[in-house]
Design a protein around this ligand. Structure first.
Ligand code: ADP
Ligand code: ZN
Ligand code: ZN
Length: 753
């Protein structure tokens, strides 16, 4: 049989968008695999060029008379590129999609745009003058000017992007100060020095606490002893995790290794960046969403060329082509944004562990509320555990009040604010302290519950909440179970059974009605649509321009407001009852984070959690700040139901323009997947298929979505299922008059579709 290989040529020089087909010579048959490096004749002169195999097929898509043959296999590694290709191969195998998609994920797009200018902002005034101007701006309450001047007085100069981005100072403010001759903006020649200060700011060397010291020593001792590993560093906010990251990074850099620091985009705050800049100066660089493709490419070139030692960024920073990575740090390891939402849907945690294995590097995962995955693996001995138990910043843990909304209804309070919350809000307004109110609306929360007794309509098979589907039926988005919409509560018979419908705007209106003088800022998808508006709202709140910040969960993450002493969670049930097995975990994390927002300053904080299910373990353990207790109960549920991390779960997602065709194909695919169910296996070891079901939001942009799940304790079996379905689909699509249908895979999904 003749076989063909798709080969992409010289990846560092071309855009990765097309592969060329070559015939595989007999002697290489069976030896060649996707991801391998080969030499091929290229172009009219048949110049030998190096290329990478992206796929192997039996179908010739090129003129068979003109097709050329692969010359040879390039044995052994080829440096950085080889790592990248192997990583892409692993991503493709573990998460699905094509090799080209995996390569596009892993390799930076070539720089096709003109180099962008890089600018910096400098203080033009002497120190005395600067301080006196700062005082004047403070008196005039010019918050943005104050922020900029204060930083410039301490740093001398700052990258322009940092000023307008993380420091939240608008170009107009900079121009204003420029007009006064207080600051100047200079254009940098290249991207070489995104940060360089005139006078080095001496960061006073902190003496590490005993726990911090132990963590650093453990990781370095293992590394130096030739036994690098993956570590789970659990420590509450303020326990000194970032300090440990910086120390570890410094140790690695002193050994000539490079360091990747992963941070969720939302937590890439100015303060965090500055701490790294102070330690690594122009040997550190940042990747974030505000960089253009060209700028990202520049960063990768600098990394490849040994110009930088440390890169900080969201999950894609993993793909920066360092020659020899010593350490990968992953802060807020539990964050859902570490999972890619487009194919290949890779998770940065597992990908980091694989990448580290290629480089012989260590991985440190940090979190106050580790994901179930990380804790589970740590307990199984796959990860090594490190703890930071004390808060170094002082400040006491906030006091948490759980309010039972069923009681409120019984007492005749139909307001969305409980009496406790109203009382504390009034108190803060009187004292001139700030409050935050949030509803944790995320994804699709179409669940139905009883406001009298708290009963939630659940799927009898999957133990997740049912969701309203087109207003008529209740549907399980895992298995497709359906039941008519309830009119009366099946538990207590009351008519107060309904979907949940409080929005941020409604909260703002009710709050204004309750306290006419209150100054409110609102932050949600509506008010943050414009560029930078997210930052502006936070800056305004930090500057004391409002008493209350009302918003979705985006307000509880990664921001520090010392004057906030009250946090109200208006409906904890919104995240508790999304039809998703991670609902409890997410609620626990959100509530713990929200509680952490209150009382950062000298004043103690209070938290009010309003809920219809005050006895739910996610809520009781969050109120007690008891991670261990939560984990123990949650893992029982995961084990009983066969959900990750106790088992693995592959979501097979079908996107179709026709509802009927999509549903039909979903059924065919389920039957196909059924071939992998081995009835001879004991129940606990057997592959389980759940669904198909219409997706939570069944139709988006006129595309109908269906999903089914395959569960197995063995990840590799799920890869087999995925490969089988992919092959079947290719076959099916080559048939006559096939409708346009797109198939996607999501392993251990973070969200229900
Ligand atoms: P986390 O990342 O866990 O929230 P950080 O590393 O940001 O914690 O530390 C919290 C605060 O404590 C920071 O202001 C930091 O400067 C300070 N800090 C950290 N380690 C020490 C230490 N060993 N001695 C004194 N202060 C420290
Ligand atoms: Zn009821
Ligand atoms: Zn179900």
């Amino acid at each position: 049989m003749i076989k063909y290989a798709d080969v992409i040529i010289d990846i560092s020089h071309e855009k990765v968008d097309r592969a060329f087909q070559y015939r595989i010579p007999e002697r290489l048959l069976g030896k060649l695999e996707a991801g391998m490096c080969v030499t091929v004749p290229f172009g009219r002169g048949n110049t030998p060029r190096r290329g990478y195999v992206t796929d192997i097929t039996e179908k010739c898509t090129f003129d068979p008379c003109k097709i050329k043959e692969i010359q040879d296999l390039v044995p052994g590694g080829v440096g950085v590129e080889d790592f990248q290709i192997r990583l892409a191969g692993w991503i493709r195998r573990s998460y699905g999609g094509t090799m080209i998609q995996a390569l596009k994920t892993v390799l930076p797009a070539r720089n096709t745009v003109k180099k962008v200018e890089h600018k910096k902002v400098l203080l033009s005034l002497g120190r005395e003058e600067g301080i006196s101007l700062l005082g004047e701006c403070q008196r005039k309450k010019q918050a943005a000017r104050v922020r900029l001047l204060r930083e410039l007085l301490s740093e001398g100069e700052l990258p322009y992007e940092l000023v307008t981005g993380k420091l939240m100072v608008s170009p107009a403010v900079i121009r204003g100060l420029q007009g006064m001759g207080a600051v100047r903006v200079e254009v940098l020649q290249s991207f070489r020095n995104p940060v360089k200060r005139q006078q080095e700011v001496q960061e006073t060397e902190k003496t590490l606490s005993g726990e911090q010291q132990a963590a650093v020593e453990r990781v370095m001792k293992d590394y130096d002893g030739g036994d690098p590993g993956t570590y789970l560093l659990r420590g509450i906010t303020g326990s000194g995790k970032t300090e440990v990251y910086i120390r570890l990074a410094r140790e690695m850099v002193s050994r000539g290794r490079q360091v990747i620091v992963l941070i969720p985009e939302i937590a890439l705050t100015y303060q965090t960046l500055l701490r790294f800049y102070r330690s690594f100066g122009d040997r550190v660089s940042v990747l974030n969403s505000t960089l253009s493709a060209g700028e990202k490419y520049d960063q990768c070139e600098r990394a490849r060329g040994g110009e930088i030692d440390v890169i900080i960024g969201p999950r894609s920073a993993l793909f920066v082509p360092f020659p020899q990575v010593g350490l990968i740090l992953m802060d807020e390891e539990h964050e859902a944004s570490y999972k890619s939402e487009s194919t290949p849907k890779y998770h940065a945690r597992e990908t980091a562990v694989y990448l580290a294995s290629l480089h012989g590097a260590s991985v440190v995962l940090g979190s106050a509320t580790p994901s179930m995955e990380a804790s589970y693996r740590a307990r199984k001995g796959q990860y090594r555990q490190l703890f930071l138990t004390r808060r170094l910043t002082g400040g006491s843990l906030p006091r948490v009040y759980t309010v039972d909304l069923r009681e409120e209804l019984k007492q005749g309070n139909r307001s969305i604010f409980s009496r406790k919350l109203q009382e504390l809000l009034a108190d803060r307004l009187e004292k001139g302290q700030q409050s935050m109110l949030f509803i944790n609306r995320r994804g699709f929360a179409g669940f139905v519950s009883c406001r009298a007794c708290g009963y939630v309509m659940k799927c009898p098979h999957c133990d997740v909440s049912l969701s309203q589907h087109r207003g008529e039926r209740l549907v399980c988005h895992y298995c497709g179970y359906e039941t008519p919409n309830a009119r009366l509560c099946p538990e207590c018979g009351s008519g107060y059974i309904s979907g949940f419908r409080a929005g941020t705007q409604q909260i703002e209106e009710r709050l204004q009605a309750l306290f006419p003088a209150v100054r409110i800022l609102r932050m949600d998808a509506d008010t943050t649509r414009a560029k930078d508006s997210h930052q502006q709202i936070l800056a305004a709140f930090a500057a004391g321009e409002a008493d209350v910040l009302v918003g979705t969960q985006m307000i509880v993450k990664g921001h520090d407001f010392p004057n906030v002493t009250l946090v109200g969670v208006l409906a904890a049930d919104l995240s508790l009852s999304v039809g998703d097995y991670r609902a409890g975990e997410r609620t626990f994390q959100l509530l713990t984070q929200a509680a952490g927002r209150a009382g950062r300053g000298s004043e103690p904080g209070e938290v009010v959690v309003q809920t219809y299910q005050p006895e739910h373990y996610a809520i009781t353990h969050a109120a007690a700040q008891d991670y261990e207790g939560f984990y123990q109960e949650e893992i029982l549920y995961r084990e009983m139901m066969g959900y990750p991390p106790a088992a693995h779960m592959l979501a097979v997602q079908i996107y179709a323009a026709s509802e009927e065709a999509g549903g039909r194909l979903a059924a065919l695919l389920v039957r196909q997947a059924g071939e992998y169910v081995d009835p001879a296996q004991p129940l606990a070891r057997r592959t389980v298929i759940v669904g198909p079901a219409p997706a939570g939001i069944g139709k988006v942009n006129d595309i109908f979505r269906f999903v089914f799940y395959v569960k197995d304790r063995d990840y590799d079996r799920l890869i087999l299922v995925k490969d089988g379905l992919e092959a079947w689909m290719t076959q099916w699509q080559s048939g006559p008059r096939r409708p346009q249908i797109n198939l996607q895979f999501d392993f251990d999904p973070m969200n229900t579709l």
